[in-house]
Design a protein around this ligand. Sequence first.
Ligand SMILES: C[S@@+](CC[C@H](N)C(=O)[O-])C[C@H]1O[C@@H](n2cnc3c(N)ncnc32)[C@H](O)[C@@H]1O
Length: 207
Amino acid sequence: MGHEVSDSAYWAGRYRSGKDGWDLGGPCPVLVELLEGPFAPPRGRFAFPGCGRGHDLRHWIERGYEAVGFDFAHQPDDLPVEPLDVLELGACYPEGFDGVVDYTCYCALHPSRRTDYAASLRGALRPGGLLIALLFPVEAREGGPPFGIDEGEIETVLGPGMDLLHLETPPNSVRPRLGRERLVILQKPRSGRPGPGPDSGRGAPSG
Ligand SMILES: C[S@@+](CC[C@H](N)C(=O)[O-])C[C@H]1O[C@@H](n2cnc3c(N)ncnc32)[C@H](O)[C@@H]1O
């Protein structure tokens, strides 16, 4: 694609030079609280694309999920993280996961790759599987990463072939991100039928 953010060397360099301002130093409060509330997904096998230092991955493993991270530039020694390009996830793990959790991977990819990324994530989900995306930053901004996200992309990029279960602006985002995040939960139809149907709509995700 010719953009430096598509190259693992760019991200490896950011980790090496300590230019990792995205790192919260611990699990993200929105995803922590998700596991305590009515939208907590059933236990199962979850993928964490672009997991970085893996704070969320670690938390979900501690809470009983079978979780695996995928990051082409950084793999913590003490966590199950594979050095895979996330655009290959669907091809390498077809219907391999009950859920995928994206936090700040979507915004790290060049926007020209988002449609392919969404297709890759969809491909990695089993029918009935959940795509949980905490999107940041939902705003118009020049350049990136992070590249700005238009709220319409929830329907046009992430939505095709998926049923929207939940969408909110979380009240418990970390302070600088407050109001600039959207928690989205989409479900891959069990039948392979694209789009909303009789068993979809807003409600607790089912396994
Ligand atoms: C902004 S950081 C976010 C890290 C982590 N999710 C967090 O919140 O701390 C983006 C991460 O995605 C990884 N990444 C970016 N593009 C990728 C790709 N195409 N395949 C695999 N990993 C990628 C980077 O190496 C980096 O660790």
